[in-house]
Design a protein around this ligand. Structure first.
Ligand SMILES: NC(=O)c1ccc[n+]([C@@H]2O[C@H](COP(=O)([O-])OP(=O)(O)OC[C@H]3O[C@@H](n4cnc5c(N)ncnc54)[C@H](O)[C@@H]3O)[C@@H](O)[C@H]2O)c1
Length: 395
């Protein structure tokens, strides 16, 4: 019997536009999803670059008419890869047109908008997904399964960091430095990922922010000439004038989890020497797990129930098909995978859900991403007001 097909429309051709295009290109080849992705339309604003993009990545059509794409009867799934401030209006229009939506993270720039999108999606009975792609690194999915299987026991301590160093003073005032377009800086960009990963792996919710610090080190940056919403890699031109940076460069906070664990989170774009270092450590009564993205194929596991004489950290190569989620779709054991594979793994799970099957591990939908957004909001309130914030205050 022919499998169901899903016509995808991609909005945005920047960093994530490329990452998602690659995932849609690969997913039907490496997996046998319950529904097959059809790369129907790429939508953007510049016809010439869009045509080149569509041809290069294999999109069948391209369009600069966003409204027409969002309303087209031919589109089943809208995949949003635009700057965060644009998610709200695009999602609202797509939901009104009855589409399912895969939206980049964070869901919105403001908590009330995110809440509204959750309600609208529920009302529209849409299937929604948010690209918290790191859940689908096999090692992170394995950590989630170890915790669920009780191998870590009661969790005492969670430590997570996301460290980058690209926001040097000479970097211009791109959309990522503009609160109106991005919502926040390192916080929504980086903390969002580690909050999501720690919620996912522990299976617990954050109940309180005990304290937070937000800092903007570079207060002004050169204003861009021309389009300010393109990717940093698109060769943006700097003008002579400077404009104000309205987001954080770094946000650190302490938190409590629902099971009683204490936690620390750090996100920064100013950690000289770290280009894209992130990961977590989770310590419990029976054991611990440790993940760092720079060694993304590996999960470190400590079995505190083992004979004391042989206790120690074990490095698990999470590429073994049959043992580790998603691994058997790829290559033979220890033929390592990379950044882009987590997106393809997520595209597979999205297609499973659209084909009425279960994802391999839980997928973040709008309601789930809203919980991460609440934590982001609570930490920002805590930093601004210099006080602890209970999540119950942030609804
Ligand atoms: N999941 C992840 O790991 C990850 C990584 C990076 C970015 N993101 C998220 O992805 C989103 C996009 O980030 P990016 O890094 O790809 O940005 P980017 O600046 O590289 O690309 C943005 C794209 O959107 C296009 N665009 C802007 N306004 C548009 C409009 N009105 N209509 C159509 N297209 C428009 C731009 O031309 C560009 O092609 C953001 O929400 C960001 O937070 C997620």
């Amino acid at each position: 019997m022919a499998r169901k097909t899903v016509n995808v429309a991609l909005i945005g051709q920047g960093f994530m536009g490329r990452a998602h295009s690659n995932a849609w290109t690969q997913v039907n080849r490496f997996f046998r999803p319950a529904a097959t992705a059809v790369m129907h339309t790429a939508c953007g604003r510049n016809r010439a670059s869009l045509e080149d993009f569509a041809a290069r990545w294999g999109w069948r059509n391209c369009s600069t008419n966003l409204r027409a794409v969002l309303r087209s009867d031919e589109i089943d799934l809208v995949d949003l890869c635009t700057p965060t401030a644009m998610h709200y209006a695009m999602v609202t229009d797509a939901l009104a047109a009855g589409k399912n939506i895969a939206c980049e993270k964070p869901l919105a720039t403001k908590l009330d908008q995110a809440r509204e999108l959750v309600a609208l999606a529920r009302k529209a009975k849409a299937k929604t997904f948010v690209w918290y792609n790191y859940r689908r690194c096999p090692a992170v999915a394995t950590a989630h399964q170890l915790v669920r299987a009780g191998r870590i026991g009661r969790i005492y301590h969670v430590r997570a960091v996301y460290l980058q160093d690209w926001a040097k003073p000479e970097i211009p005032l791109a959309w990522r430095f503009d609160r109106k377009l991005a919502g926040s800086g390192s916080h929504g960009d980086l903390n969002a990922h580690i909050i999501d990963m720690c919620r996912f792996v522990t299976g617990e919710e954050i109940t309180e922010i005990a304290g937070a610090i937000a800092e903007t080190f570079i207060k002004e940056r050169a204003i861009l000439t021309g389009d300010t919403t393109g990717g940093l890699s698109l060769g943006m031109k700097k003008g002579a004038r400077k404009g104000k940076v309205t987001v954080d460069d770094a946000v650190l906070f302490l938190a409590r989890f629902s099971g009683g664990a204490v936690a620390s989170f750090e996100a920064t774009r100013m950690a000289t020497g770290y280009q894209n270092y992130h990961g977590f450590e989770i310590h419990g009564t029976k054991g611990a797990v440790r993940f760092k993205f720079e060694r993304m194929n590996e999960l470190e596991y400590y079995d505190a129930t083992a004979d004391r004489a042989v206790q120690g950290w074990t490095t698990i190569m999470c590429t073994h098909g049959g043992c580790h989620p998603y691994a058997e779709a790829w290559w033979p054991d220890a033929h390592v995978i990379g950044y882009e594979h987590a997106f393809t793994n997520q595209a597979y799970d999205i297609l499973q859900v659209l084909g009425d099957k279960k994802p391999v591990v839980p997928l973040p939908n709008f309601a789930d991403a809203y919980e991460t957004q609440r934590v982001l909001e609570a930490a920002m309130i805590s930093a601004a007001q210099k006080r602890p914030v209970k999540l119950a205050e942030v609804k």
